[in-house]
Design a protein around this ligand. Structure first.
Ligand SMILES: [Zn+2]
Ligand SMILES: [Zn+2]
Length: 141
């Protein structure tokens, strides 16, 4: 596991920080509409502002986009490359976790390179059931 990517928290604007904090507080991904819903309270937030903030956070590697759901979640890992992302998604409650993926991504990339293909972006979404949903009694205690 490496920590080579320096994440630019200090450079975030107040808007970007707010969107990041909203995503960090969630256990699952939020769509852009859900983010807009949460920031709308009492301020002058326009959807383009939210989209711009999301784009910047993705560029900074602080937030990932889940392709299948067109939804966003805060990054919980450090990456060799921001372009390799692997997630587990609970089909029951929607809880989403990010896996440490650098070793897997490197192996996949090498394997694909044997076929003369250059991978520039990879998002793997693994679907199943989280521990809480497998055994609600344990989670409740
Ligand atoms: Zn991440
Ligand atoms: Zn679950």
């Amino acid at each position: 596991m490496t920590h080579s990517v320096t994440k630019g928290l200090s450079k975030l604007s107040a808007n970007q920080q707010l969107v990041f904090d909203i995503l960090k507080a969630e256990s699952g991904p939020l769509t852009a509409y859900e983010v807009i819903d949460r920031v709308r309270t009492g301020s002058v937030w326009a959807p383009p502002t939210v989209y711009r903030a999301l784009k910047r956070l993705i560029d900074e590697g602080l937030v990932h986009r889940l392709e299948s759901q067109n939804a966003f979640l805060a990054c919980t890992r450090s990456h060799q490359s921001e372009a390799w992302n692997i997630f587990t998604i609970c089909e029951n409650c929607g809880a989403t976790q990010e896996l440490s993926s650098d070793d897997i991504a490197t192996r996949l990339k090498d394997r694909v390179a044997e076929n003369d293909f250059l991978v520039t972006k990879m998002t793997i979404e693994l679907r199943g059931v989280c521990r809480t949903c497998t055994n609600p009694k344990i989670a409740a205690t």
